[in-house]
Design a protein around this ligand. Structure first.
Ligand SMILES: Nc1nc2c(ncn2[C@@H]2O[C@H](COP(=O)(O)OP(=O)(O)OP(=O)(O)O)[C@@H](O)[C@H]2O)c(=O)[nH]1
Length: 363
Protein backbone atom coordinates (compact mmCIF):
# COMPACT_ATOMS: atom_id res chain seq x y z
CA UNK A 1 0.00 0.00 0.00
CA UNK A 2 1.26 3.48 -0.88
CA UNK A 3 2.03 5.69 2.09
CA UNK A 4 -0.09 8.78 2.62
CA UNK A 5 0.99 12.01 1.04
CA UNK A 6 2.42 14.30 3.72
CA UNK A 7 1.15 17.86 3.63
CA UNK A 8 3.41 20.60 4.92
CA UNK A 9 1.81 23.99 5.45
CA UNK A 10 4.13 26.97 4.99
CA UNK A 11 2.88 30.22 6.47
CA UNK A 12 4.25 33.55 7.57
CA UNK A 13 3.73 37.26 7.06
CA UNK A 14 4.17 39.11 3.74
CA UNK A 15 7.65 38.67 2.34
CA UNK A 16 8.95 36.59 5.24
CA UNK A 17 10.57 34.04 2.89
CA UNK A 18 7.92 31.35 2.21
CA UNK A 19 8.57 31.03 -1.53
CA UNK A 20 12.33 31.14 -0.91
CA UNK A 21 11.92 28.23 1.50
CA UNK A 22 9.95 26.18 -1.02
CA UNK A 23 12.41 26.95 -3.84
CA UNK A 24 15.24 25.81 -1.54
CA UNK A 25 13.52 22.52 -0.71
CA UNK A 26 12.78 21.79 -4.38
CA UNK A 27 16.39 22.47 -5.40
CA UNK A 28 18.02 20.54 -2.54
CA UNK A 29 20.17 17.75 -3.99
CA UNK A 30 19.48 15.65 -0.90
CA UNK A 31 15.81 15.52 -1.89
CA UNK A 32 16.72 12.52 -4.04
CA UNK A 33 13.76 10.94 -5.80
CA UNK A 34 11.12 12.05 -3.35
CA UNK A 35 8.19 13.53 -5.24
CA UNK A 36 6.96 16.92 -4.13
CA UNK A 37 3.96 18.98 -5.22
CA UNK A 38 3.43 22.64 -4.45
CA UNK A 39 0.20 24.53 -3.91
CA UNK A 40 0.65 28.26 -3.75
CA UNK A 41 -2.08 30.65 -2.67
CA UNK A 42 -1.53 33.93 -4.49
CA UNK A 43 -3.07 37.35 -3.86
CA UNK A 44 -4.06 37.98 -7.41
CA UNK A 45 -5.37 35.63 -10.07
CA UNK A 46 -3.28 37.43 -12.65
CA UNK A 47 0.19 37.10 -11.18
CA UNK A 48 1.16 33.51 -11.91
CA UNK A 49 4.90 34.12 -12.06
CA UNK A 50 6.45 32.19 -9.22
CA UNK A 51 5.57 28.79 -10.63
CA UNK A 52 7.71 29.50 -13.67
CA UNK A 53 10.67 30.24 -11.41
CA UNK A 54 10.43 27.06 -9.37
CA UNK A 55 13.00 24.55 -10.53
CA UNK A 56 14.40 21.30 -9.23
CA UNK A 57 18.07 20.57 -8.53
CA UNK A 58 18.70 19.95 -12.26
CA UNK A 59 17.04 23.20 -13.29
CA UNK A 60 13.88 21.54 -14.62
CA UNK A 61 10.42 23.04 -14.11
CA UNK A 62 8.37 21.64 -11.27
CA UNK A 63 5.59 19.55 -12.79
CA UNK A 64 3.31 19.38 -9.81
CA UNK A 65 2.87 23.06 -9.14
CA UNK A 66 -0.58 24.44 -8.67
CA UNK A 67 -1.52 28.03 -8.03
CA UNK A 68 -4.68 28.82 -6.12
CA UNK A 69 -5.22 32.38 -7.19
CA UNK A 70 -6.96 35.35 -5.74
CA UNK A 71 -8.13 33.86 -2.59
CA UNK A 72 -7.65 32.97 0.91
CA UNK A 73 -7.40 29.25 1.42
CA UNK A 74 -8.00 29.89 5.06
CA UNK A 75 -11.56 30.88 4.13
CA UNK A 76 -12.39 28.55 1.27
CA UNK A 77 -10.02 25.89 2.63
CA UNK A 78 -12.24 22.87 2.91
CA UNK A 79 -13.41 23.27 -0.66
CA UNK A 80 -10.60 24.67 -2.77
CA UNK A 81 -7.62 23.18 -1.03
CA UNK A 82 -9.10 19.71 -0.92
CA UNK A 83 -10.13 19.88 -4.58
CA UNK A 84 -6.63 21.01 -5.46
CA UNK A 85 -5.04 18.21 -3.45
CA UNK A 86 -7.39 15.78 -5.19
CA UNK A 87 -6.33 17.09 -8.60
CA UNK A 88 -2.64 16.81 -7.78
CA UNK A 89 -2.89 13.35 -6.25
CA UNK A 90 -5.16 11.93 -8.94
CA UNK A 91 -2.32 12.32 -11.45
CA UNK A 92 0.32 10.49 -9.44
CA UNK A 93 1.52 9.65 -6.01
CA UNK A 94 3.37 12.46 -4.26
CA UNK A 95 5.41 12.01 -1.12
CA UNK A 96 4.88 15.58 0.03
CA UNK A 97 2.73 18.56 -0.89
CA UNK A 98 3.95 21.96 0.27
CA UNK A 99 1.05 24.37 0.74
CA UNK A 100 2.19 27.99 0.74
CA UNK A 101 -0.42 30.22 2.32
CA UNK A 102 -0.62 33.84 1.35
CA UNK A 103 1.13 36.24 3.68
CA UNK A 104 -2.08 37.69 5.06
CA UNK A 105 -3.75 34.39 5.86
CA UNK A 106 -4.42 32.86 9.24
CA UNK A 107 -3.51 29.16 8.96
CA UNK A 108 -5.64 27.95 11.84
CA UNK A 109 -8.67 26.93 9.76
CA UNK A 110 -6.57 24.86 7.41
CA UNK A 111 -4.66 23.16 10.20
CA UNK A 112 -7.89 22.41 12.01
CA UNK A 113 -9.42 21.04 8.79
CA UNK A 114 -6.75 18.37 8.73
CA UNK A 115 -7.30 17.56 12.38
CA UNK A 116 -11.02 17.07 12.14
CA UNK A 117 -11.70 15.83 8.61
CA UNK A 118 -11.74 12.05 8.52
CA UNK A 119 -12.36 11.88 4.77
CA UNK A 120 -9.18 13.76 4.14
CA UNK A 121 -7.24 11.52 6.46
CA UNK A 122 -7.49 8.68 4.01
CA UNK A 123 -5.29 10.20 1.29
CA UNK A 124 -3.15 12.81 3.01
CA UNK A 125 -1.81 13.54 6.41
CA UNK A 126 -0.78 16.86 7.86
CA UNK A 127 2.90 16.28 8.47
CA UNK A 128 3.72 19.67 9.91
CA UNK A 129 3.32 23.41 9.75
CA UNK A 130 6.35 25.62 9.17
CA UNK A 131 6.09 29.33 9.92
CA UNK A 132 8.51 31.95 8.64
CA UNK A 133 9.31 35.06 10.61
CA UNK A 134 11.14 38.05 9.18
CA UNK A 135 13.05 38.67 12.39
CA UNK A 136 13.89 42.31 11.80
CA UNK A 137 10.40 43.47 10.97
CA UNK A 138 8.75 41.13 13.48
CA UNK A 139 10.80 42.72 16.23
CA UNK A 140 9.91 46.22 15.01
CA UNK A 141 6.20 45.44 14.70
CA UNK A 142 5.89 43.91 18.11
CA UNK A 143 8.50 45.91 19.96
CA UNK A 144 8.31 47.44 23.40
CA UNK A 145 5.11 47.85 25.35
CA UNK A 146 2.94 46.18 22.73
CA UNK A 147 4.55 42.81 23.39
CA UNK A 148 2.55 41.96 26.49
CA UNK A 149 -0.67 43.15 24.93
CA UNK A 150 0.02 41.11 21.80
CA UNK A 151 0.69 37.92 23.71
CA UNK A 152 -2.44 38.50 25.77
CA UNK A 153 -4.50 38.78 22.61
CA UNK A 154 -3.59 35.24 21.51
CA UNK A 155 -4.89 33.65 24.69
CA UNK A 156 -7.71 31.26 24.05
CA UNK A 157 -6.37 30.08 20.70
CA UNK A 158 -7.38 26.48 20.17
CA UNK A 159 -10.38 26.94 22.41
CA UNK A 160 -14.05 27.19 21.49
CA UNK A 161 -13.93 30.93 22.04
CA UNK A 162 -11.40 31.35 19.28
CA UNK A 163 -13.47 29.28 16.90
CA UNK A 164 -16.50 31.45 17.48
CA UNK A 165 -14.45 34.59 16.83
CA UNK A 166 -13.35 33.19 13.51
CA UNK A 167 -16.81 32.13 12.53
CA UNK A 168 -17.94 35.72 12.68
CA UNK A 169 -15.33 36.68 10.11
CA UNK A 170 -13.30 38.70 12.60
CA UNK A 171 -10.67 40.95 11.16
CA UNK A 172 -7.33 41.00 12.88
CA UNK A 173 -4.83 43.65 13.69
CA UNK A 174 -1.47 43.19 11.99
CA UNK A 175 0.04 42.19 15.31
CA UNK A 176 -2.63 39.56 15.97
CA UNK A 177 -2.19 38.10 12.54
CA UNK A 178 1.59 37.87 12.96
CA UNK A 179 1.14 35.93 16.16
CA UNK A 180 -1.71 33.75 14.88
CA UNK A 181 0.56 32.59 12.07
CA UNK A 182 2.87 31.18 14.74
CA UNK A 183 0.44 29.50 17.07
CA UNK A 184 -0.03 26.27 15.10
CA UNK A 185 3.53 25.98 13.83
CA UNK A 186 5.61 22.92 14.60
CA UNK A 187 8.72 24.63 13.30
CA UNK A 188 9.51 28.31 13.07
CA UNK A 189 12.29 29.77 10.95
CA UNK A 190 13.66 33.02 12.33
CA UNK A 191 14.56 34.25 8.87
CA UNK A 192 16.52 37.19 7.45
CA UNK A 193 18.95 37.28 10.33
CA UNK A 194 21.46 38.81 7.89
CA UNK A 195 19.37 42.00 8.00
CA UNK A 196 19.65 42.51 11.76
CA UNK A 197 22.24 45.19 12.54
CA UNK A 198 25.25 43.66 14.31
CA UNK A 199 24.93 46.12 17.20
CA UNK A 200 21.52 44.74 18.14
CA UNK A 201 21.86 41.21 16.80
CA UNK A 202 21.90 39.27 20.08
CA UNK A 203 19.28 41.42 21.73
CA UNK A 204 16.88 41.29 18.76
CA UNK A 205 17.12 37.54 18.45
CA UNK A 206 16.67 36.97 22.13
CA UNK A 207 13.60 39.24 22.27
CA UNK A 208 12.03 37.55 19.26
CA UNK A 209 12.78 34.07 20.64
CA UNK A 210 11.33 35.05 23.97
CA UNK A 211 8.13 36.37 22.46
CA UNK A 212 7.65 33.40 20.14
CA UNK A 213 8.22 30.98 22.99
CA UNK A 214 5.45 32.67 24.95
CA UNK A 215 3.07 32.33 22.02
CA UNK A 216 4.11 28.80 21.03
CA UNK A 217 6.34 27.09 23.58
CA UNK A 218 6.54 23.76 21.73
CA UNK A 219 7.69 24.93 18.30
CA UNK A 220 11.26 24.18 17.26
CA UNK A 221 13.06 27.41 16.35
CA UNK A 222 15.78 27.71 13.74
CA UNK A 223 17.69 30.82 12.68
CA UNK A 224 18.10 31.23 8.93
CA UNK A 225 19.11 33.39 6.02
CA UNK A 226 17.24 32.92 2.77
CA UNK A 227 15.04 30.36 4.57
CA UNK A 228 17.87 27.87 4.56
CA UNK A 229 17.75 24.82 6.82
CA UNK A 230 18.57 21.13 6.51
CA UNK A 231 15.99 19.04 4.70
CA UNK A 232 16.06 16.77 7.69
CA UNK A 233 14.73 19.64 9.81
CA UNK A 234 12.36 21.01 7.18
CA UNK A 235 10.58 18.00 5.79
CA UNK A 236 11.75 14.75 7.29
CA UNK A 237 11.69 15.13 11.01
CA UNK A 238 8.25 15.47 12.49
CA UNK A 239 7.29 15.00 16.09
CA UNK A 240 3.56 14.49 16.06
CA UNK A 241 3.56 14.09 19.82
CA UNK A 242 4.13 17.79 20.38
CA UNK A 243 1.14 18.96 18.32
CA UNK A 244 -1.47 20.82 20.35
CA UNK A 245 -4.77 19.04 20.88
CA UNK A 246 -7.60 19.66 18.43
CA UNK A 247 -10.19 22.14 19.59
CA UNK A 248 -13.00 20.78 21.77
CA UNK A 249 -15.67 20.90 19.09
CA UNK A 250 -15.70 20.64 15.32
CA UNK A 251 -17.16 23.79 13.98
CA UNK A 252 -17.66 23.56 10.25
CA UNK A 253 -17.66 27.01 8.80
CA UNK A 254 -18.22 28.26 5.31
CA UNK A 255 -17.15 31.86 5.56
CA UNK A 256 -16.97 32.69 1.87
CA UNK A 257 -19.82 35.14 2.37
CA UNK A 258 -18.65 36.76 5.57
CA UNK A 259 -14.83 36.78 5.60
CA UNK A 260 -12.81 39.32 3.74
CA UNK A 261 -10.10 37.53 1.79
CA UNK A 262 -7.53 39.50 3.66
CA UNK A 263 -7.81 39.42 7.42
CA UNK A 264 -6.42 42.88 7.94
CA UNK A 265 -9.09 45.55 7.77
CA UNK A 266 -7.49 48.25 5.65
CA UNK A 267 -4.98 46.48 3.44
CA UNK A 268 -5.23 46.83 -0.32
CA UNK A 269 -3.81 44.57 -2.96
CA UNK A 270 -3.25 46.45 -6.23
CA UNK A 271 -2.40 44.58 -9.40
CA UNK A 272 -1.05 46.52 -12.39
CA UNK A 273 -0.52 45.05 -15.84
CA UNK A 274 1.72 47.04 -18.18
CA UNK A 275 1.54 44.51 -21.00
CA UNK A 276 4.64 44.34 -23.19
CA UNK A 277 5.87 47.85 -22.25
CA UNK A 278 9.60 48.17 -21.79
CA UNK A 279 10.79 49.80 -18.58
CA UNK A 280 13.79 52.03 -18.13
CA UNK A 281 15.45 50.12 -15.31
CA UNK A 282 17.35 53.02 -13.76
CA UNK A 283 14.31 55.22 -13.78
CA UNK A 284 12.21 52.43 -12.29
CA UNK A 285 14.68 51.85 -9.47
CA UNK A 286 14.62 55.58 -8.69
CA UNK A 287 10.81 55.54 -8.61
CA UNK A 288 10.72 52.45 -6.41
CA UNK A 289 13.15 54.11 -4.02
CA UNK A 290 10.83 57.09 -3.74
CA UNK A 291 7.82 54.83 -3.22
CA UNK A 292 9.42 52.52 -0.66
CA UNK A 293 12.17 54.25 1.29
CA UNK A 294 9.87 56.59 3.12
CA UNK A 295 6.73 55.09 4.65
CA UNK A 296 4.18 56.56 4.35
CA UNK A 297 5.63 57.92 1.11
CA UNK A 298 4.94 61.24 -0.60
CA UNK A 299 1.70 59.75 -2.00
CA UNK A 300 0.57 58.99 1.55
CA UNK A 301 0.83 55.23 0.96
CA UNK A 302 2.52 52.58 3.05
CA UNK A 303 3.70 49.76 0.81
CA UNK A 304 4.33 46.54 2.70
CA UNK A 305 5.05 44.24 -0.20
CA UNK A 306 5.62 44.53 -3.92
CA UNK A 307 6.57 41.94 -6.47
CA UNK A 308 6.26 41.15 -10.12
CA UNK A 309 7.96 40.55 -13.41
CA UNK A 310 9.00 43.18 -15.90
CA UNK A 311 10.50 43.70 -19.32
CA UNK A 312 13.37 46.13 -19.43
CA UNK A 313 15.05 48.36 -21.99
CA UNK A 314 17.95 45.89 -22.33
CA UNK A 315 15.57 43.26 -23.73
CA UNK A 316 15.80 41.09 -20.61
CA UNK A 317 13.21 39.96 -18.07
CA UNK A 318 13.51 40.99 -14.46
CA UNK A 319 11.81 40.15 -11.24
CA UNK A 320 10.89 42.77 -8.66
CA UNK A 321 10.88 41.73 -5.02
CA UNK A 322 10.21 44.27 -2.29
CA UNK A 323 9.46 43.88 1.40
CA UNK A 324 8.78 47.19 3.13
CA UNK A 325 11.72 49.49 2.28
CA UNK A 326 14.02 46.75 0.94
CA UNK A 327 13.71 45.90 -2.75
CA UNK A 328 15.66 44.31 -5.55
CA UNK A 329 15.19 44.11 -9.30
CA UNK A 330 16.88 40.91 -10.40
CA UNK A 331 17.39 39.50 -13.88
CA UNK A 332 15.67 36.17 -14.48
CA UNK A 333 16.41 33.63 -17.19
CA UNK A 334 13.92 31.44 -18.95
CA UNK A 335 10.84 33.41 -18.01
CA UNK A 336 9.10 35.39 -20.67
CA UNK A 337 6.20 37.40 -19.44
CA UNK A 338 4.61 40.80 -19.63
CA UNK A 339 5.12 43.37 -16.93
CA UNK A 340 2.81 42.55 -14.03
CA UNK A 341 3.28 44.20 -10.69
CA UNK A 342 1.53 43.69 -7.40
CA UNK A 343 1.57 46.18 -4.52
CA UNK A 344 0.14 45.43 -1.09
CA UNK A 345 -0.23 48.08 1.56
CA UNK A 346 -2.34 50.87 2.94
CA UNK A 347 -3.57 54.14 1.45
CA UNK A 348 -2.44 53.33 -2.10
CA UNK A 349 -4.05 55.44 -4.82
CA UNK A 350 -4.16 53.03 -7.73
CA UNK A 351 -4.27 55.71 -10.40
CA UNK A 352 -1.42 57.74 -8.89
CA UNK A 353 0.73 54.62 -8.53
CA UNK A 354 0.06 53.64 -12.13
CA UNK A 355 1.08 57.11 -13.31
CA UNK A 356 4.35 57.06 -11.37
CA UNK A 357 5.28 53.66 -12.79
CA UNK A 358 4.09 54.55 -16.28
CA UNK A 359 6.59 57.41 -16.23
CA UNK A 360 9.34 54.75 -16.21
CA UNK A 361 8.12 53.15 -19.45
CA UNK A 362 10.14 53.89 -22.59
CA UNK A 363 8.18 55.73 -25.22
N1 LIG B 1 18.25 39.66 2.93
C1 LIG B 1 17.43 38.59 2.92
N2 LIG B 1 16.45 38.53 2.00
C2 LIG B 1 15.66 37.44 2.01
C3 LIG B 1 15.82 36.38 2.94
N3 LIG B 1 14.87 35.44 2.70
C4 LIG B 1 14.15 35.89 1.65
N4 LIG B 1 14.62 37.09 1.23
C5 LIG B 1 14.11 37.93 0.14
O1 LIG B 1 12.87 38.48 0.56
C6 LIG B 1 12.01 38.66 -0.57
C7 LIG B 1 10.68 37.95 -0.32
O2 LIG B 1 10.90 36.56 -0.22
P1 LIG B 1 9.75 35.50 -0.60
O3 LIG B 1 10.32 34.15 -0.38
O4 LIG B 1 9.18 35.82 -1.93
O5 LIG B 1 8.69 35.86 0.54
P2 LIG B 1 7.21 35.29 0.66
O6 LIG B 1 6.97 35.08 2.11
O7 LIG B 1 7.00 34.12 -0.24
O8 LIG B 1 6.38 36.55 0.13
P3 LIG B 1 4.78 36.67 -0.06
O9 LIG B 1 4.32 35.40 -0.72
O10 LIG B 1 4.58 37.85 -0.93
O11 LIG B 1 4.20 36.86 1.29
C8 LIG B 1 12.77 38.08 -1.75
O12 LIG B 1 13.42 39.14 -2.40
C9 LIG B 1 13.79 37.15 -1.12
O13 LIG B 1 14.96 36.97 -1.92
C10 LIG B 1 16.89 36.49 3.91
O14 LIG B 1 17.10 35.65 4.79
N5 LIG B 1 17.64 37.63 3.84
Amino acid sequence: MESKCKVIIVCGFLGSGKTTLIEGILKAPSLGDRKIGVIQNEYSDQMGMEGALMKDASGNDIEDFYEMPNGCICCSGKGDLINTLDTLLSKKHLDYVLVEMNGLADPSQIVQTFWVDDGLGSMVILHQTIALVDVGSFGRKLASSKVIEAVESTKGLGSGVYFEEQASGKEYSERDLLLRQLVYADKILLNKIDLIPSSTFEQTLSEVRDLITQVNPTAELHESTYSHADLDFLIDKSDTAIKPSPPPHTHSHDCSHSCTHIHLPDIQSIFLDFGASLFDLQQLERCLGELLWEQPNSMGATIMRCKGTLNANDGCNYMLQGVEEVFEVKRVEGVSTNTKLLFIGRGIDRHALFKVLQSCVLV
